[in-house]
Design a protein around this ligand. Structure first.
Ligand code: CUA
Length: 376
């Protein structure tokens, strides 16, 4: 028994590892579980190339095993040297032509999809008022400007599920790469004039994770954002809510009011806009209270907001906010956090989302819970 186990130890290890690694795909962050038009196209390309690979592998293995068995050294023929062949026009032509055909099968759809995925010129006729959003990457956060709608958000990109949404991509500093694995492919954001364009289209409602996919500094791996895909009706509601924000509205609680004053006194307001504003030195905070994460990476709760405000450098090394405002006491940071958490213009807010694997059903549960609490 032991010998048998020992002999297959490598096999056990490998299959265990396969199981372990196959658990890595998270539905909100996996190109292998496509939830959008673009990612579906890319997934089909992956299936096609894997199919071709398996086909080639099988053919080679069959020929290999056949040859090994057929031409192996037989007993009593140890000195026998089989017929030696050098060069064969037929065979050489075959094994040159087959790879060319296989490469063509791969190349044609790949090139086709590459152009189709960034095709923003041929907007469908029924989508004349298509939504265009300017995406700006900055160390280490994302700004989204819905130009025609006069809405700005940061870190969370709201889109409707029923259509392609068109993006214009640019950068304020170095090259970043905009990538929502579950929804679409990557696109670089360049700091120079040439703006890249692409479209995204989410099939299902949910919160999907976006990543920066171009090494851009010490906090590159922390340059996350979220895409919140909502139904067309909810999106309309969101647009209306965002357009009706009154940045001068006073918060209800005393603590939050004090927080707002501190926010203005401590020069937070010099970089962070609340409401529609061209100021975008730091992330726009209009809908901060609706966010699913703090700084794109931490669970959304007061404690994390306070931690972030007191020492952003600890959580995102090299970010531009560090040391750019007077040091805050825990009490002050707490008050500012209270204020920020009141910035919830949208009724379809995603509050209570606790971690990344947030999906629509969870939002419904949370909303129900909230409703019951409200009634009590
Ligand atoms: Cu931005 Cu990596």
């Amino acid at each position: 028994m032991k010998g048998w186990m020992g002999r297959f130890r490598a096999l056990f290890l490998l299959s265990g590892l396969t199981l372990l690694l196959s658990g890595c795909g998270k539905p909100y962050l996996s190109a292998l579980q496509p939830k959008g038009e673009g990612s579906e196209m890319l997934f089909n390309l992956m299936l096609l190339s894997i199919g071709i690979m398996i086909f080639v592998f099988l053919v080679v293995m069959v020929i290999y095993i056949y040859v090994v068995l057929k031409f192996r050294q037989k007993k009593g023929q140890e000195d026998h040297i089989p017929k030696q062949t050098e060069g064969s026009h037929v065979l050489e032509t075959i094994w040159t032509v087959i790879p060319i055909i296989l490469l063509l099968i791969l190349a044609v759809p790949t090139v086709q999809y590459t152009f189709a995925l960034s095709d923003t010129k041929n907007v469908p006729e029924d989508q004349e008022d298509a939504i265009w959003i300017e995406v700006t990457g900055q160390q280490y956060w994302w700004h989204f400007d819905y130009k025609d709608l006069n809405i700005q958000t940061s870190q969370e990109l709201y889109i409707p599920t029923d259509q392609r949404v068109y993006l214009e991509l640019t950068s304020k500093d170095v090259i970043h790469s905009f990538w929502i694995p579950t929804i679409s492919g990557k696109m670089d954001t360049n700091p120079i004039e040439n703006k890249n364009e692409m479209w995204i289209h989410a099939y299902e409602e949910g919160v999907y994770w976006g990543k920066c996919a171009e090494l851009c500094g010490p906090s590159h791996s922390l340059m996350d954002f979220k895409v919140v895909a909502v139904s067309p009706g909810e999106f309309e509601q969101w647009v209306e809510d965002m357009q009706n924000v009154n940045p001068d509205e006073e918060p209800e609680t005393v603590v939050a009011k004090e927080g707002k004053e501190l926010f203005q006194q401590n020069s937070c307001a010099a970089c962070h806009a609340v409401g529609s504003s061209p100021v975008a030195v730091g992330p726009n905070l209009t809908s901060f209270g609706d966010r699913t994460t703090v700084a794109g990476i931490m669970d959304y709760n007061k404690e994390n907001i306070v931690n972030w405000l007191m020492d952003p450098e600890k959580y995102k090394p090299g970010n531009k906010m560090s040391n750019n405002y007077p040091a805050l006491s825990e009490e002050e940071a707490g008050k500012i956090a209270e204020y920020l958490m009141t910035l919830k213009p949208s009724e379809i807010g995603l509050d209570d989302a606790e971690d990344g694997d947030y999906i629509k059903s969870q939002k419904d549960e949370n909303n129900n819970e909230e409703n019951t609490q409200d009634q009590e």
